[in-house]
Design a protein around this ligand. Structure first.
Ligand code: ADP
Ligand code: MG
Length: 455
């Protein structure tokens, strides 16, 4: 044994280059997105021949390659800008709106990039300063707003898009006017994860994009398999993963919404587990363990986007659903067949009652009222955590995430003391809290009766 043996033995057995499995990595070949990539190229390409960029909306579910294909296009764009000596003529702004989540924050980002002092000025003033500056510089500008649907409110979205688009229309218009100043042209690319994004925009705003609305569909199993294989070939040592395992991963990623990110996370997490278990290859058993971790992480990320009150609300919504399901199972209701799932899905009223009771039991925060409760339901539906089911003339709500994982994560987070978590499973809590409520009401009624003079 040499002094170096521990290092050599410690060498990773499967992963050759973990960076390639990172989510920031831009693949050399962008599979199955050829036409969509050409559409992006055609929108920003004109700036390389001194013409303005167009406007475009890109939308599609999470993990379908929207951000990565933009990076992929921009990598070549940057190279050509330098080659054609156009880098001085073009301003490129790439803003991830989940990080700057108000229209004011976006305006400040735009200004800062041009060296405009932002302190103590409102967004409208700043925005006109920004326009003046790009006008003065006579450059072509491209603004990319990634994850634009993550802006706080729909009016933030409308404000920023309209302001940019109007400035563009204004500048095109004044170009015909010989006396006008030099004008900077702006092209706008909006990217949204919400597949209903377009419906959320006002008609006037949508029209500015003409027919440049590009939908990125979910990947199929075969496409995910290709993406996974290409990635594994680069990131793993040879012969460390079989076709069979990659196929299983692709099936899983397809089921989870045709999401390439899940395909890549499956490769990475499974390989890490395999290495930890001193295996030379990635096996199905490693992937099965990885799945649980991936699901946990995803759910955690999605839940973190909400304030505590909404998290509490979601716990009890999931719990109501579980409770009803269990009850239906036990009572063997013949209607509760898989195709008639709606009989066991609760409505807004039931959810609210359970939520109130649960909150009262834990006593951490005052429960919100009925009206706010409806707003939370709407929010959770719009964020895809609940599914609306219209049945029997009413709207019912079913959680879309794995309810036991949600409860496990959130209860740990919201209830800090371990004893409480160990002792009280939420289902039990609800029952007891509901009982407590009716006991209280009975008592109140009794007292009222006593107080009322009997005629
Ligand atoms: N066609 C593809 N070929 C190779 N990798 C891809 C492809 N599509 C997506 N990916 C990878 O999947 C991950 C998620 O893609 P991303 O573009 O971030 O999704 P989103 O649509 O949510 O913006 C990234 O790591 C990206 O590199
Ligand atoms: Mg993205």
């Amino acid at each position: 044994m040499s002094l170096f043996t521990p290092i050599v033995l410690n060498r990773t057995r499967i992963i050759k280059d973990s960076e390639i499995l990172g989510l920031e990595y831009i693949p050399e070949q962008f599979l199955h997105r050829k036409e969509l990539i050409t559409e992006i190229v055609n929108i920003i390409g004109p700036t390389l021949i001194d013409r303005p960029a167009g406007n475009m909306i890109i939308y599609g579910a999470s993990g379908v390659g929207k951000t990565a294909s933009l990076y992929y296009v921009l990598r070549d764009f940057d190279k050509d800008c330098i080659k054609l000596k156009k880098d001085e003529n073009i301003n490129l702004f790439f803003i991830t709106c989940s990080r700057s989540n108000t229209s004011a924050a976006i305006v400040r980002m735009l200004c800062r990039k041009l060296g405009i002092n932002c302190s103590g000025q409102d967004q409208a003033t700043l925005f006109s300063k920004f326009l003046k500056k790009i006008d003065g510089e006579d450059k072509y500008s491209i603004i990319i707003l990634d994850e634009v649907d993550k802006l706080k409110t729909d009016s933030d979205i409308d404000w920023i898009i309209r302001s940019i688009v109007r400035a563009k229309e204004g500048s095109q218009f004044t170009k015909f006017n010989k006396d006008s100043l030099k004008e900077g042209y702006i092209g706008l690319i909006c990217v949204a994860n919400d597949i209903n994004f377009i419906k959320r925009l006002q008609t006037g705003t949508i029209e500015s994009f003409g027919n440049h609305r590009t939908f990125f569909p979910q990947y199929t199993k075969e496409q995910l398999k290709d993406i996974g294989k290409a990635r594994a070939r680069k990131a793993f040592r040879p012969r460390t993963i079989s076709e069979e395992v990659i196929t299983k991963m692709a099936e899983y990623a397809e089921k989870q919404g045709g999401d390439a990110r899940i395909m890549i996370e499956s490769l990475y997490e499974s390989a890490l587990i395999a290495e930890r278990n001193k295996s030379k290859t990635v096996e199905l058993k490693h992937f099965n363990k990885a799945k649980k971790r991936i699901e946990d992480q995803r759910i955690r990320q999605r839940l973190n986007n909400f304030i505590k009150q909404v998290q509490w609300y979601y716990v009890f919504t999931c719990n109501t659903y579980d409770l009803w399901k269990n009850e239906a199972k036990q009572s063997d209701i013949s209607d509760c067949k898989p195709d008639k799932d709606y009989y066991i899905v609760p409505n807004a009223n039931t959810i609210h009652k359970h939520y109130e009771a649960g909150m009262r039991y834990y006593g951490r925060q005052t429960p919100v009222g009925n009206r706010q409760s409806r707003k939370y339901l709407k929010l959770l539906v719009s964020k895809g955590l609940l599914k609306e089911v219209s049945e029997l003339g009413q709207t019912l709500y079913a959680p879309t995430l794995n309810t036991s994982i949600v409860k496990e994560i959130l209860m740990k987070k919201l209830i800090k003391t371990k004893e409480e978590i160990d002792k009280l499973m939420p289902e039990e809590v609800i029952r007891r809290a509901m009982m407590k409520k009716s006991e209280e009401i009975n008592k109140e009624i009794e007292e009222l009766r006593k107080a009322e003079p009997v005629k």
